[in-house]
Ligand binder design. Structure first.
Ligand code: PLP
Length: 407
């Protein structure tokens, strides 16, 4: 099978633009005329320092990141952030409020799908072990028809926040890759995350997992966040790199906090350690950073995130539009309600299981790959990351329409 015969609609790691991969392959052999490949040079060389600076500057410009926030490059994937966020932010809270005991301290999670649920469970393990309370401020399953599926983001009046002065952070996942639930990006829409429910937007810091929507559209109100982060392996580059956009007051001395009773934090997980060392405390995921820089530059060369947002909007319109027709015919159910539907991960199930097999065969025959839903939810998932073009989306829509006509 050739690359050209396949359309990779997988949820991640996922397709990257082919011309970027070709350039990356050249750099793998000979980076910038050094005669050595990017994975073979020192991470302390001037060439790699330059790459790190370029990646940081390109992301800052694409996302309009204010000077109040640092851009850090970490290893360990988004899952490690589930842990590091708890450790760093409990440290910060202890430094700010040594007088508040753990039993009166809270961390708040909004659960809208598999990944925020997982993050909250790690919060319970780590914060719970030192007596800090975990509050599920809202769980969108309560608003689904069967009471156990993730079909939407919570309604605006659902959130039950802990007392702000006693809350170390508030956490949510902007795009739930497995379930296909996404918050709207504009605060004017009722399905946006309600940033305006927090008075000064400083405390408690708002932490958001943007792993599967990072660089797919602009992030408005970025200065209102304590931290935005994402693993690279969807829109940005190969797995291995996690990008953290952290407000500077979240970079705290974890050892000083430990002396006051906060948990001990491995130095490699301390955001301040990363920042103090320009993200080069230890060897970073160099190849992933290199490809991410090529991807970010490519987006910038094509006009940045605003035109990309328009392209991604059109793609999901095409797919949901085709799916609505199958839904009207009673063939499928789109898992997520309008307003909360992900632009990146479109999920649906067939109402009769035998159709599922036939549809999978139809997609396979057309070279579509990675369309099976996550094992925990079943059905289908079509991921529309940046490397998927409108032409690709049209191909998928045609497969859907042909299936409808032949059913
Ligand atoms: N958060 C989201 C939204 C994800 O989609 C994923 C992985 O797909 C993760 C977190 C976990 O990422 P990792 O496997 O890099 O730890």
């Amino acid at each position: 099978m050739e690359r050209k015969d396949v359309l990779n609609l997988g949820a991640g790691p996922s397709a990257l633009p082919e011309h970027v991969l070709q350039e990356a392959a050249r750099g793998l052999l000979n980076y910038n005329g050094t005669g050595m490949g990017i994975t073979e040079i020192s991470h302390r060389s001037k060439e790699f320092q330059q790459l790190t600076n370029d990646l940081s500057a390109t992301l800052r410009s694409l996302l309009n990141v204010p000077q109040t926030h640092e851009i850090l490059f970490a290893q360990g994937g988004a899952s490690l952030v589930f842990s590091s966020i708890v450790l760093n932010l409990l440290s910060r809270f202890k430094l700010l409020h040594p007088e508040i005991p753990a039993s009166e301290t809270y961390i708040d999670y909004v659960v809208t799908g598999t990944w925020s649920k997982k993050a909250s469970e790690e919060g319970k393990r780590l914060a719970g072990s030192v007596g800090v309370n975990v509050n599920i401020a809202a769980d969108s399953r309560a608003y689904s028809k069967d009471g156990k599926s993730f079909e939407c983001v919570p309604p605006l009046d659902a959130y039950k926040w802990s007392p702000p002065a006693q809350t170390a952070f508030v956490y949510y996942c902007e795009n739930e890759t497995v379930n296909g639930v996404q918050f709207a990006s504009s605060q004017a829409v009722s399905t946006a995350f309600p940033l305006n429910q927090f008075q000064d937007n400083i405390d408690p810091p708002i932490i958001a997992d943007f792993s599967s929507s990072f660089l797919s559209r602009p992030i408005p109100n970025i200065s209102s966040y304590g931290m935005i982060y994402g693993g690279a392996q969807k829109n940005v580059g190969p797995a291995g790199l996690t990008i953290l956009i952290v407000r500077k007051d979240l970079l705290v001395d974890v050892d000083a906090a430990h002396k006051l009773g906060a948990p001990v934090v491995p130095l490699t997980l301390s955001y301040k350690t990363l920042a103090d060392n320009g993200s080069l405390y230890n060897t970073p995921p160099m190849f992933s950073m290199y490809v991410s820089l090529l991807v970010a530059k490519d987006i910038a060369a094509k006009g940045g995130l605003v035109p990309l947002e328009e392209r991604n909007y059109q793609k999901q319109e095409t797919i949901y539009g085709a799916l609505e027709k199958l839904q009207e015919k009673g063939l499928i159910r789109i898992n997520v309600l309008p307003g909360s539907r992900s632009w990146m991960n479109v999920t649906f199930v067939f109402l009769q299981p035998d159709k599922e097999k036939a549809f999978l065969e139809a997609t396979e025959a057309k070279g579509l790959r990675g369309v099976k839903g996550h094992r925990s939810v079943g059905g289908f998932r079509i991921s529309l990351y940046n490397a998927i073009t409108q032409e690709n989306a049209d191909t998928v829509a045609t497969v859907l329409t042909n299936f409808l006509n032949s059913s």
